[in-house]
Design a protein around this ligand. Structure first.
Ligand code: SF4
Length: 462
C-alpha cells in the first residue's frame, strides 16, 4: 500500500465542523483515519464517508434517465438522498447514476462500488476533469477515477402495460441483486410508529407528487414479467439474487398477512424460474410458523432486521416494532428463525450510525461501538451473522432532521474494525448472498463491510 500523499495546499471547496466546532477539511479527517486504521482498506474509509454524507454531482455526470447510456438511480426503497426531490435541482430531472465505481487516484483505490446518495453541499463532487474523464473530487482535489454503470439491456425493455423494468424490478450492487420492493409503504405510520430514521412513506409521497411512476403494491404478474425480461437479457448472468421487501404489514395487504403477502412472490418466482436466483426476504421478525412459510415458499435467506441494539434506543427509534412485538421478543424470534433457515442464512441488518444520533444517542464513539459489539456477540454466538447499512440521514426523518451530518466517520471506521474482529472471534466468514468479499472485489454498495472482510480463496481481483 502506498504512503499517503501529502495533503494539498489548495483551499477547501467545502468544510465540515469537527467535534470541537472548529472547521476541519474533510481530506484531513479522511487521511487521519486512514493512518490510524491502516488495517482498514482505504477504499472502505472513503466509501463510508461517501455513504454517510453523500455526493454532489455536476450536471455532466447525471444520467439521461431511462433513455441514456447510464443506469439511473431507481429509488429502490428509501430515498437515500440528503435533500428532498424538489431540492435536488437538475438531479431531480435527470437522475444520478444508481452507483459509481471508484479506482486509482492518490490513494491507489482498488475497484470500489458505492451506492449514490445525493447531497449538493457535500465536499465530494463527481465531475469531468480537463481531459473529459469523470473523477471524484474532494475539497477540490481529484482523488479517484469514476466509472458509471452502463444501462443494462433489460432496462431498455418495458412491460406490456408500458411500465419500466427499473420501476418494477430494479437491480443494484452492480447488477448482482434484483431489488423487489413490492409494497412501497409501511403500515407503521406516523410519528408514533414509523422508525425514526426511515423515509419509506415520505419517499412514496414525493415520487407520487413528482408524477413519477411508483407502484404502491406491485402485482405478482408484473414482477414475473419484469423478471422474464431480466432473465432473457442478462446474458452475462450478473444477477444472482433477488430481495423481496417493503413496508411492515401489521394487519393485511390484499387479504394476506406479511408472510403470505411477501411469500406469494417467492412462490411464483420459484415456480416460474426454479433456482435461477437466490431468494431473500427482508421482513419483520415473525413467529416461527410464519418464518417456516417463508421457507416453504422458496426463500432461502431471511433478514429480520434488528435495526439498533441498545434497548433504550430501540424503544425510542422503533416505536411501532416495540409496541407491536417488543425488543426481547424480536430477538427471540430472530434466534428461532435459525431453526428454520439455518443460522448462516439468517442475516439481520442494523442501521449503522443511528446509535450516535442526537438527542438520544450515545455521546461517544466508544460507547456506541461497545453497545453494537454486544449485539454482534449476542447474534454471532448463535452462529447468526448480522450485517449493516450505513445510515443516510434523510432530511424528512426525525433523526435526519436533527443530525444532517450523520454519525462521525470515526464511528463507521471503528465499526468495520469491530465487526471484522467479532466475525473472527466467532469463527464466521462473510455471509451468503452478498457477492464476493474483499477490497477490489466487493459489489455490496450500501456499506463497506464486504469491502473490509477478507476475500475468499480464489476469487479474482477486479
Ligand atoms: S418497519 Fe420501520 S424501517 Fe421498516 S419500512 Fe417500516 S418504518 Fe421503515
Amino acid at each position: 500500500m502506498p504512503p499517503l500523499p501529502s495533503t494539498p495546499s489548495t483551499p477547501a471547496a467545502s468544510s465540515a465542523p469537527s467535534a470541537t466546532g472548529a472547521p476541519e477539511r474533510r481530506t484531513e479527517l479522511v487521511e487521519d483515519l486512514m493512518e490510524r486504521f491502516p488495517h482498514i482498506p482505504r477504499e472502505a474509509v472513503l466509501k463510508e464517508d461517501l455513504l454517510r454524507g453523500g455526493i454532489a454531482f455536476d450536471d455532466s455526470a447525471l444520467s439521461g434517465n431511462e433513455d441514456g447510456d447510464v443506469k439511473p438511480k431507481s429509488y429502490f426503497i428509501f430515498s437515500f438522498d440528503h435533500r428532498t426531490l424538489p431540492e435536488l435541482g437538475e438531479a431531480a430531472l435527470r437522475r444520478p447514476p444508481e452507483e459509481i465505481v471508484l479506482t486509482g487516484g492518490p490513494y491507489e483505490l482498488r475497484r470500489t462500488v458505492v451506492s449514490v446518495r445525493v447531497n449538493p453541499d457535500a465536499p465530494y463532487r463527481v465531475q469531468a476533469g480537463e481531459d473529459g474523464s469523470l473523477g471524484l473530487y474532494l475539497d477540490g482535489r481529484r482523488i479517484a477515477d469514476v466509472g458509471l454503470p452502463p444501462m443494462p439491456d433489460y432496462y431498455r425493455h418495458t412491460l406490456a402495460n408500458g411500465k419500466s423494468v427499473m420501476e418494477v424490478a430494479p437491480t443494484i450492487q452492480w447488477g448482482y441483486l434484483i431489488y423487489l420492493t413490492v409494497f412501497r409503504v409501511c403500515q407503521y405510520f406516523g410519528a408514533k410508529e414509523e422508525c425514526q430514521y426511515c423515509d419509506i412513506n415520505h419517499n412514496w409521497r414525493q415520487h407520487k407528487a413528482a408524477g413519477r411512476p411508483y407502484t404502491g403494491v406491485k402485482p405478482v404478474e408484473e414482477v414475473l414479467e419484469a423478471l422474464e425480461i431480466i432473465s432473457q437479457h442478462d446474458t452475462l448472468g450478473a444477477s444472482r439474487a433477488y430481495t423481496l421487501t417493503g413496508g411492515s404489514i401489521t394487519s393485511q395487504v390484499q387479504g394476506k398477512d406479511e408472510a403470505d403477502f411477501y411469500g406469494q412472490y417467492a412462490k411464483a418466482i420459484e415456480e416460474r424460474f426454479p433456482g435461477r436466483w437466490t431468494g431473500k426476504v427482508v421482513a419483520q421478525a415473525l413467529p416461527k410458523e410464519d418464518v417456516q412459510r417463508f421457507h416453504d415458499y422458496g426463500i432461502r435467506i431471511y433478514h429480520p432486521n434488528f435495526e439498533v441494539w441498545d434497548k433504550r434506543l430501540f424503544e425510542l427509534y422503533c416505536p411501532g416494532k416495540e409496541r407491536y412485538v417488543g425488543r426481547e421478543e424480536w430477538h427471540r424470534r430472530i434466534l428461532d428463525s435459525a431453526e428454520v433457515f439455518g443460522a448462516r442464512n439468517v442475516i439481520p441488518n442494523f442501521v449503522a450510525g443511528v446509535e450516535m444520533a442526537e438527542p438520544f444517542g450515545f455521546g461517544t464513539v466508544d460507547e456506541a461501538i461497545a453497545s453494537t459489539t454486544e449485539g454482534l456477540d449476542f447474534f454471532m454466538s448463535h452462529g447468526i451473522t448480522p450485517r449493516f447499512t450505513t445510515w443516510c440521514p434523510e432530511p424528512t426523518t426525525p433523526l435526519g432532521k436533527s443530525n444532517p451530518l450523520g454519525a462521525p466517520l470515526e464511528y463507521h471506521i471503528r465499526l468495520l474494525d469491530a465487526y471484522r474482529a467479532a466475525m473472527q472471534r466467532h469463527g464466521l466468514s462473510s455471509p451468503p448472498g452478498y457477492g464476493p468479499a474483499g477490497a477490489g472485489r466487493a459489489v455490496f454498495s450500501v456499506s463497506s463491510f464486504m469491502d473490509t472482510l477478507p476475500p475468499e480463496e480464489g476469487s479474482p481481483v477486479s
